[in-house]
Design a protein around this ligand. Sequence first.
Ligand code: ADP
Length: 470
Amino acid sequence: MIRSSETPRGAIGSEEPPAAKSLARRSFVTLFLLSLAVMVTAVLAATAASYSSYEREAEDYLLAQTRTCAASLEGKSAQDMVEALQALPLTDTRVTLVAADGTVLFDSAVDASTLGNHSQRAEIAQALESGQGVLLRRSQTLGRDTLYAAVSVGDKAVLRLAETRTSLASFLGRMGWQLALSLVVIFVLSLFASRLLTLMVVRPLQEIDLTRPLQNRAYAELQPLLVRVDEQRRELETQNDELQRAVTLRREFTGNVSHEMKTPLQVIGGYAELMEQGVVPPQDVPRFAGLIRRESEHMRLLIDDVLALSRLDESTGGDEPVALRQVCGRVAARLEPASSAKSLRVTLDCQDAVVMGVPSSVEQLVYNLLDNAIEYSPVAGVVSVKVRDEGDGGVVLTVRDQGPGIPDELKERVFERFFRVDSSRSRDTGGTGLGLAIVKHAAESMGGTVEVLDAPGGGACLRVWVPAAS
Ligand code: ADP
């Protein structure tokens, strides 16, 4: 069983990001190894090239010498040739004269009689066959790396000159300290160059200021990333602002709701207290009870509207096709008692138009518009409800009345929560100040808009535009 103290720290909810690799370290190591490898290879290649050209020169020189020497022996007898060679001044060059059958006639380094048949020595065989042969090989007689040049002297003999050569290894060995010094210089140079390059690459990255991504002059390759960071930063700022605004609005709204509820409650409490104390004469009790009922009705309406708004705030999806004509018909029927109480004529002129929305929200939208129109209409006035399918993907609903209308300067503000043009009148008529806010919210949740139009003949004209269901 694992005891709680054994649970790894930060295992729940806070996953550690995987350890990031250091770009500076990586690029430094890569650059250093790469430059070191390139420079060492270059030095070795140059050394090998100079060694091989040095070798070629030596071969050409030895062959030329051999040719000259062979030419001077041309036409002589074997005995004369040996004597001529014996008369040569002693140098580091070994001179060998081999008869056409491979017998060694003369050798400047070893007693010729002790040497075996040389016809199988590669350079001799080559000279016998083609006139000359040059070869670097290990001497069987002297046991050292030796460069041989053999040239035939007529068809009687082959003259061979030989020089002891240094192998590549000993050539390198001879260059000893120069080579070591250049390797040390290369090492130090690579170290500094890699460090410098790494700093040059990494510094602009370290200096990137993510609070102002587009101000950076880092690398062109980073531009798309910085643009994206800038976009996200701005999106975040906008979201933050929106969130702040939403929080402020909600706070204001909560304050307004409590304030709006306090008024009817105070009225109810006051009247109830008077009745409780028996101060109200019996004949006035029905009037007081009526006042209490009216205030409680107002509170019920307020609670209904607050709930409707918060449902709209929370609603996500659930849209379905809603036929506006049917909704208007139903709402007009629901409000028929109110309209006939004021002897109003409600005219419906609705085309068949279908919109996408939450049916209860669409009904609430139409209800609030018609309810206001009836409320603010003079007795015996006309309220007209129109639905038009614009044919361009939009549907327009207009509700018009013959009431006092809405002043131009308040045409925007009437959609604010709890805004009333005339608050005492609105309260008297049972208005909550939330009706048009609900209308606006519902229209916007369907992707539409709402506005107060100029009504030339007086009265108010509210126009809602919503996209038609495709
Ligand atoms: P209320 O519940 O007070 O009617 P609304 O949000 O529905 O609240 O309307 C806000 C204000 O807009 C109302 O107080 C009223 O002054 C004005 N208003 C709304 N509809 C009409 C209309 N049809 N005619 C005149 N004024 C209107």
